[in-house]
Design a protein. Structure first.
Length: 132
């Protein structure tokens, strides 16, 4: 994954379940956040990724748009965006056998044009290597 801003990375372990999550992310001085998260699929992970944008749209202030979903070779991809009066977020969820990857860009609406230049490159930079 390629992040267009300086970033930090960390790993968390749930002592109760032993589940490990990996996070890479950063926030620019303008308040633009880029994150990439690798999580294990658990009982809490929605079976159908379509439930995720629905949960965002349940809040009246949010508008969910540009929802695209495709499945190929046991990989379920979901792209969507959420906007409200102050901020916008773009998401890419990639669900593979035992792993869920979440790529996110969040930003104040004033930086829409700045993010538009970086969005496709960030989401397109995700390359899976190894087994899930």
């Amino acid at each position: 994954i390629l992040l267009p801003i300086p970033f930090n990375d960390f790993t968390t372990r749930d002592p109760g379940t032993g589940e490990v999550s990996h996070v890479v992310g950063g926030k620019s001085s303008e308040g633009i956040k880029f994150t990439a998260v690798e999580l294990p699929v658990t009982a809490k992970t929605p079976v159908d990724l379509a439930a995720i944008p629905k949960s965002f749209s349940s809040k009246p202030a949010n508008k969910v748009y540009d929802e695209i979903r495709n499945t190929k070779d046991d990989v379920d991809n979901l792209f969507f965006s959420v906007a409200n009066s102050a901020t916008t977020a773009h998401f890419r969820y990639i669900r593979m056998k035992g792993t869920l990857y979440i790529l996110t860009i969040e930003y104040p609406n004033a930086y829409r044009d700045v993010v538009a230049e970086k969005k496709d490159k960030f989401f397109g930079s995700f390359k899976f290597k190894g087994k899930s």
